[in-house]
Every structure is written in structure tokens, then in C-alpha cells.
Design a protein around this ligand. Structure first.
Ligand code: NAP
Length: 260
């Protein structure tokens, strides 16, 4: 029996247990997956113990950066993001949000290659989106922040005029329970969407955000975060099990786990 887990501070919202249990069931893997909440003051003593005990684990807020000093190594893309969401038995850190997001874009029919891309938010998810978009050949990637600090960041007022191409929401604006929320001001939404070649939202609850609904109503290719959530979990299993996963697994699980 193999043992896996998600570690984080507050995990009440997590869908990781049903997602990984569904993968184990579909593939006949004898394993369990549990949620381990760790208070900040206990993180340093808990991590070495869990690294020795578990066959692998996922990491979420607020420990995606805090885990770095405990790792033996990481791949280049993970180093560029500076955030780890998957740890393998050998103590290596990975970021499966990058391949997970690339998979979501492909499934949603969104093609960033040669297009300017704009990512709303500057957290770990936004950094993973930037690496994925660059990897897929985006002409440029601009980060949009409420308080821009870096050279490649603009604010939302500048987005209104600068935007064309692919729009990615990597903020929690519009996430349950704030399901009427939208990262773009309602007055600016129509003008922005008229210039959009694709809209990707990383939020997976609700299954369709205000932003994605508005894009789909205008016939713009758009996708939600549920496919990404499942794709990044399948990528983690690929690393843990050391073997490829069936091609149709993400589609099957997305249909099975998306609330109708
Ligand atoms: P985060 O660090 O908490 O927030 C991301 C950024 O969003 C912040 O740095 C902030 O940037 C901006 N932001 C925060 N609250 C906002 C608000 N009310 N309105 C507008 N902007 C706001 O979160 P994260 O870990 O990067 O995740 C972001 C989103 O992606 C969450 O909804 C998360 O659930 C989702 N996610 C989904 C998956 C998946 O598999 N589908 C994976 C990872 C994350 P500024 O201060 O610079 O504006």
C-alpha cells in the first residue's frame, strides 16, 4: 500500500482526495491519499518526518515556497517559478501546475502561440501560467496586478487599453463563495472580450465563472480550472508511479468530477 498526501495550512476546500482516489480506482493502484493540515509553527519539524514516511505528497498554500529548503533538487521550470506543488520519494520538487495548465489550454482550444498573453494576478498560479504560456510560444506575457511592482507588470487600468490576445485569470476573484465576482470591472469587460482570442480561468469552483460565461456567450474559446486541477494531479501521479497515464484519463475524470 502506497501513501500520499496534500500538505497545507487550511485544507477544508480541497478536492485533492476525490481526484487522487478516482485516479487510483481507474488505474487499480493500491494507495491512499489524505489531507494533512500543518500549522505554520510546526512546519519545520513535520516536513522531514513526512518526507521519510510518505511515497510522495502535494504542497499547497502557504508552503509552496517554504518547502524549497527541504528538497534535494528541482527541475528548471520549477526553479523558474520558485514554487513546488509536488514532491517525489527521492526528495525532488516539481511544479505540475505548468503541464496541468498547458493541458487545460489545449483542451479548451486556446492557442497562445504567437499571441500576446495577459495573466491576471502575481501569485504562484500566475507564475506557473507565465512559464506555460512562454513554453507554448506566446509572443509576450504581461502580468496584471492591483499593485504593479515588477517591470513586466501593469495595472488593470493599463490592461483596458493594452489588451489583445489571450487572457488568463490566476486570481481568486470569482471563486466560491464570491461567485458573482469578476477580476475585470463590468464596464471594461465587453471592450476587453472583443479583443480576446481565448480566456482561461484557473478557478474550479464554481464550474463556470462570470468571466468564462461572458467569454463563451461571445463565442470566444474559454476554459475553467477543473481540467487543470485534474491534469496537474495526473501529472503528479505520473511522477509518483513512474509510468505514463492513459490519454483519456483527464477527460474521463473531468466529466466524472465536474458538478452538473
Ligand atoms: P494567491 O497567491 O492567493 O493570489 C493570486 C494573486 O491574485 C495575488 O497575488 C493577487 O495579485 C491577486 N488577487 C488576490 N485577491 C484578489 C482579488 N480579490 N481581486 C483581484 N486580484 C486578486 O493565489 P494562487 O495560489 O496564485 O491561486 C490563484 C487562483 O488560481 C486561485 O483561485 C486558485 O484556486 C487557482 N488555482 C487553481 C489551480 C488549478 O489546478 N485549477 C491551481 C493553482 C491555483 P496582486 O496583489 O498582484 O493583484
Amino acid at each position: 500500500m502506497q501513501h500520499y498526501a496534500l500538505i497545507g495550512e487550511h485544507l477544508g476546500h480541497s478536492l485533492s482526495v476525490p481526484v487522487h482516489e478516482a485516479i487510483f480506482r481507474h488505474l487499480g493502484i493500491q494507495a491512499d491519499y489524505r489531507l494533512i493540515e500543518i500549522p505554520r509553527m510546526r512546519f519545520r519539524e513535520e516536513v522531514p518526518r513526512l518526507m521519510a514516511e510518505l511515497d510522495g505528497f502535494n504542497v499547497t498554500i502557504p508552503y509552496k515556497q517554504e518547502i524549497l529548503p527541504f528538497l534535494r533538487d528541482m527541475d528548471d521550470a520549477t526553479r523558474a517559478i520558485g514554487a513546488v506543488n509536488t514532491v517525489t520519494r527521492d526528495g525532488r520538487g516539481h511544479n505540475t501546475d505548468v503541464p496541468g495548465f498547458m493541458d487545460e489550454l489545449r483542451r479548451g482550444g486556446i492557442e497562445p502561440s504567437g499571441k500576446p498573453c495577459f495573466v491576471l494576478g502575481t501569485g504562484g498560479a500566475a507564475k506557473a501560467a507565465r512559464v506555460a504560456l512562454e513554453h507554448m510560444g506566446a509572443a509576450s506575457v504581461t502580468m496584471v496586478s492591483r499593485h504593479p511592482q515588477e517591470e513586466d507588470e501593469i495595472d488593470y487600468a493599463a490592461l483596458d487599453t493594452a489588451f489583445s490576445g489571450v487572457l488568463v485569470n490566476a486570481t481568486p476573484a470569482g471563486m466560491w463563495p464570491d461567485v458573482d465576482g469578476c477580476p475585470i470591472r463590468r464596464e471594461a469587460l465587453d471592450a476587453i472580450l472583443r479583443r480576446a482570442a481565448g480566456v482561461a480561468d484557473m478557478i474550479y469552483n464554481p464550474p463556470e465563472t462570470v468571466l468564462v460565461r461572458a467569454a463563451r456567450q461571445r463565442g470566444i474559446p474559454a476554459c475553467m480550472g477543473m481540467g487543470m486541477l485534474i491534469a496537474q494531479a495526473v501529472e503528479a501521479e505520473k511522477l509518483w508511479q513512474g509510468c505514463p497515464m492513459p490519454d483519456d484519463l483527464v477527460d474521463t475524470l473531468t466529466k466524472e468530477l465536474t458538478p452538473q
